[in-house]
Write a protein that binds this ligand. Structure first.
Ligand SMILES: Cc1cc2nc3c(=O)[nH]c(=O)nc-3n(C[C@H](O)[C@H](O)[C@H](O)COP(=O)(O)OP(=O)(O)OC[C@H]3O[C@@H](n4cnc5c(N)ncnc54)[C@H](O)[C@@H]3O)c2cc1C
Length: 327
């Protein structure tokens, strides 16, 4: 079997990234001539009906109080126990931060390698033959061809694969519950706070993103970003300096370890354009940089740049927008 790790939305349905992985798993399972199985944390809810439409034959539910907070080490440990018992040919998971970390824990526990951020998986022709994978490295600026050779192949799939179509229900999904053997020493991270995602526009859906970095100079400076974003119907993003300093939540971070965006316009305020930030915004259709340094990489790569202090430029832009709109 090809076992697929399912991340769930708040309503229990598979996330968009999980739906992509299910499509990749179906492809792989077809080539191997084996069924597709899925593993998820929690109760079944409507998941079996949903998965039936996606060609899944078996659903394994991991149930334990220590799994409730989504600790990657707990999920990884539970997953390794399921994999050791079921011996699937491969385990595929979404290439999200959380699943990648859980898979790394599982791989370490099982003593097998993990291929992360795969864009293509090519199984060997004969059983036991090494597989070839293409994987994204360095935030998408290079692709690597690698060989995956292990008794059980573990891989994460880079999010953003083509949206899969649902397949007709071929059979009922059989549901199996595993209560993994976990104790209080397994969680390595503790959930201290939950911040609900703001309703409405998100970084990935906004046509304009106004982002601030070190040059904005602190949480106080963010008011001007919020105001500008509000005026142009956009969302606010930031660099890692802003999240590291606690000026903005991680959900607003653009970049390699944040969100990758492709708005019509990206307004980068006081952001140098380090590679790790650039990979998150390089797909913007146009970029306006506001920076005091004419040599900053963000400035040299931007569509337009204003060389100046954000604390002077942004209030002036806001005043002009207000004047023109009569607000
Ligand atoms: C593994 C790893 C992953 C990372 N992931 C990310 C990521 O996802 N996202 C991310 O952003 N970074 C990430 N980073 C960090 C990244 O390398 C940079 O350190 C970070 O992007 C720099 O943020 P910044 O541009 O705000 O700050 P700086 O690089 O310090 O740049 C500040 C800029 O502001 C300008 N400036 C200063 N004052 C003003 C002013 N008053 N008006 C106008 N301009 C001004 C300066 O000229 C400068 O260009 C990662 C790093 C590593 C090692």
């Amino acid at each position: 079997m090809v076992l697929t790790v399912i991340e769930r939305n708040g309503d229990g349905t598979p996330t968009a990234e999980s739906a992509e992985v299910l499509a990749a798993a179906r492809d792989l399972a077809e080539q191997l001539g084996v069924p597709v199985a899925a593993v998820a944390v929690g109760d079944a809810g409507d998941l079996p009906d949903d998965l039936a439409k996606r060609g899944v034959a078996q659903l394994h539910l991991l149930q334990h109080a220590l799994l409730a907070d989504g600790s990657p080490s707990c999920t990884g440990e539970a997953l390794s126990q399921l994999v050791a018992a079921q011996r699937p040919a491969a385990v595929l998971a979404p290439g999200t931060d959380r699943s990648t970390e859980a898979m790394a824990w599982a791989a370490a526990e099982l003593g097998v390698p993990l291929a992360t951020a795969c864009t293509e998986i090519r199984p060997g022709i004969r059983p036991g033959e090494p597989w070839e994978v293409t994987r994204e490295r360095s935030g998408g600026i290079l692709l690597e061809d690698a060989v995956l050779d292990a008794p059980i192949r573990l891989a994460t799939v880079r999010p953003g694969a083509p949206v899969p179509s649902e397949t007709a229900a071929a059979h009922e999904v059989t549901v199996h519950v595993l209560v993994p053997d976990l104790d209080a020493s397994v969680p390595r991270a503790r959930l201290v706070d939950r911040r609900p995602r703001a309703a409405g526009m998100t970084l990935t859906t906004a046509p304009v993103v106004v982002a601030g970095g070190r040059g904005v100079g602190g949480a106080d400076g963010d008011a001007v970003l919020e105001e500008l974003a509000g005026l142009v119907g956009g969302a606010v993003g930031c660099s890692r300096v802003a999240t590291n300093n606690g000026w903005r939540p991680h959900a607003d971070q653009v970049g390699l370890t944040g969100t990758r965006i492709s708005p019509d316009l990206y307004v980068a305020c006081g952001i140098s354009g380090a590679t790790q930030h650039w990979v998150g915004c390089m797909n913007a259709r146009s970029i306006l940089a506001v920076n005091t340094d004419p040599e900053a990489p963000m400035v040299t790569r931007a569509t337009w740049a204003v060389i100046g202090d954000v604390h002077e430029v942004l209030p002036a832009v806001i005043a002009e927008l207000r004047r023109r709109s009569g607000r």
